[in-house]
Design a protein around this ligand. Sequence first.
Ligand code: CA
Length: 218
Amino acid sequence: VVLIEDEEAIADLVRMYFEQEGYRLIHAPTGERGLDAVRDRDPRAVLLDLGLPGMDGIEVCRRIRGFSDVPVIMLTARDAEVDKIVGLEIGADDYVTKPFSPRELVARVRAVLRRSEEAPRTAAVVEVDGWEIDSGRREVRPSEGDPIRPTAREFDLLWYLAENRGLVLSRGQILEAVWGYDYFGETRTVDVHIRQLRKKLDGIPIETVWGVGYRIAD
Ligand code: CA
């Protein structure tokens, strides 16, 4: 796990918890060094502080997404910042607000890793309104034009909706199935990923069911 965090006290605390749980933690105090660590060490997860000296966490996340699908969990100082960064759609997988419990942070990382290490599903293709969603290639083929490859998380979300087409899925259900942890109140994470999917797959028939959640019609 790579931790990109400028505050030594937080880094020490996080390191202690992760090492106790058997993870190896590589700490980088700046965004630039963090990017190097992600490139060189190919970690299984990245914990990324938003407020860093020099290059901020938003820019670091964008750059990581330029070359890697590694799960990124953003650490933010205020709840209000979550809205702001969610709005920027930078491709983070999850958000944790400071002060966080290191135990919860370990739980989130474990959930993210469990998810990415699950045995691959039997490859299958689901067809929705002329779109082919291919779980083997993890790509989506529109009726016209080139295949589109969403990020790993976006694809998992789309696949979950497609596998359960016809059913209305609540944000809590989606969080648990796709992110793999019980609902902590971060339903915005689901909304922003839906928004990204709609943007990348223009016209994909994901319906918003107000007050409930989302569905792909049967
Ligand atoms: Ca900071």
